[in-house]
Design a protein around this ligand. Structure first.
Ligand SMILES: NC(=O)c1ccc[n+]([C@@H]2O[C@H](COP(=O)([O-])OP(=O)(O)OC[C@H]3O[C@@H](n4cnc5c(N)ncnc54)[C@H](O)[C@@H]3O)[C@@H](O)[C@H]2O)c1
Ligand SMILES: [Zn+2]
Length: 368
């Protein structure tokens, strides 16, 4: 079992990854859970249908009683209605300030449970038990949120978990699309931190279908990158923005298609190709590198061609909702070189020009 520690200004917690992580309910996390007057599991319906038994067995072995609240699968759980129903569940089951929550699911379940934990009786602790690859990103760092009809993640708070327990065997039931989605965030962590690591990922012909062991060690590297950034900038005043690499266009593409049609990571992969292309103007990234990245993405099954018929004007309103927009100007995370991110204001004209350049590069590199 591997472990690393995340230290923020006000707290410190561990991230564990390995087959035996749930044994920690009988050791490291026993006191926290035994001291709680109530323990609640908030479980994603699909993740629960495959794997909840593993968590329940571990809690039973540790003699921890719990109440189970099953959430709609995926993004639907992050609605205001679902958020309210979680609070009602806790109130109806007499949870108090001394209670603890456990999130069992992907990023959606973790974001929702975290925000419920942040707001129930002004804040109670929660433990993340992520069940998707993408959640190596979302479960660490303390950003919690729900969606509003007006936009994704628009209401939320910073609330760090008491611990994060990754059981990589649970990824075996993930659909291919979700594997690709999670692995895009891993590529992101590599691109913003380490040229050699990025190269090893791009050269690995197994990508994105790694064995559980390889995946564990790669995810640990990704978590390390995220943890180091969060430790230095918990509240996103500066360098935490680097974690948004590829997300300005990525989020716009995701919103344009309607959340869930093209997965988050698939959209981020398109967004990262765009950011690499923009980095040609502001950094040392070469056109050959961007083209190689597009070929790699296509080969790994990312739907780069999804945007070929999409006009820039259809995406711009979504890009303007980006939280990095400053005084109406679009701000992108770009790379000076591989592993060296920075933020850059880019005019709408340049954004538009580069977007159509991206489309023409995709047409050149991808077999449609
Ligand atoms: N808080 C953060 O810092 C942060 C960072 C990145 C993303 N996010 C959020 O994370 C969410 C995306 O996370 P995600 O990609 O994990 O999506 P998700 O939670 O929606 O899960 C994806 C799908 O996989 C299913 N699933 C979960 N575990 C499974 C398993 N083991 N086997 C089979 N199916 C399983 C779910 O039911 C869902 O349908 C978004 O809401 C995004 O906003 C948050
Ligand atoms: Zn993301």
């Amino acid at each position: 079992m591997e472990q690393l520690t995340v230290k923020t200004k006000n707290c410190s917690y561990s991230v564990h990854i390995g087959k035996e992580v749930y044994d920690l309910f009988s050791t490291e996390y026993k006191e926290l859970l035994h001291n709680a007057d109530k323990v609640g599991i908030f479980a994603d319906a699909t993740a629960a249908s495959y794997h909840l038994e593993k968590l329940e067995q571990a809690l039973n072995a540790a003699e921890i009683a719990y109440e189970l609240h099953t959430l709609p699968a995926g993004e639907e759980s992050k609605s205001p209605l679902s958020f309210m129903s979680c609070h009602s569940f806790l109130l109806q089951h007499n949870f108090t300030r001394q209670s603890v929550l456990i999130a069992f699911g992907g990023g959606a379940c973790g974001d929702l449970t975290g925000f419920v934990a942040a707001t129930y009786m002004r804040g109670i602790p929660f433990i993340q038990c992520p069940t998707t690859i993408l959640a190596h990103d979302s479960a660490v760092g303390g950003k919690t949120a729900i969606n509003m009809p007006e936009g994704k993640n628009m209401v939320g708070s910073f609330h760090q978990p008491a611990g994060v327990l990754f059981q990589p065997d649970l990824f075996a039931t993930l659909p291919k699309r979700e594997i690709r989605s999670g692995m895009a965030e891993l590529i992101k962590h590599a691109l913003i931190s380490d040229a050699d690591w990025t190269e090893s990922l791009l050269l690995n012909s197994d990508f994105p279908n790694f064995s559980a062991d390889v995946l564990s060690s790669e995810l640990l590297k990704g978590i390390q990158v995220k943890a180091e950034i969060v430790e230095q900038d918990e509240f996103e005043q500066g360098m935490r923005k680097f974690l948004n690499f590829g997300h300005t266009l990525g989020h716009a593409v995701e919103a344009y298609f309607g959340f869930g049609k093209v997965s988050h990571g698939e959209c981020v992969m398109i967004g990262m190709a765009y950011s690499l292309l923009l980095s040609e103007s502001y950094g040392d990234i070469t056109p050959e590198y961007t083209e190689r990245f597009i070929r790699f993405s296509d080969h790994a099954g990312y739907p780069m061609q999804a945007i070929l018929e999409v006009e820039f004007s259809a995406l711009l309103p979504f890009m303007k909702k980006d939280k990095k927009v400053s005084s109406g100007e679009l701000v992108f995370v770009l790379l000076k070189s591989l592993g060296n991110p920075f933020t850059q204001k880019v005019t709408e004209e340049q954004c538009e020009h580069s977007y159509y350049e991206l489309i023409s590069r995709i047409k050149g590199e991808v077999q449609t």
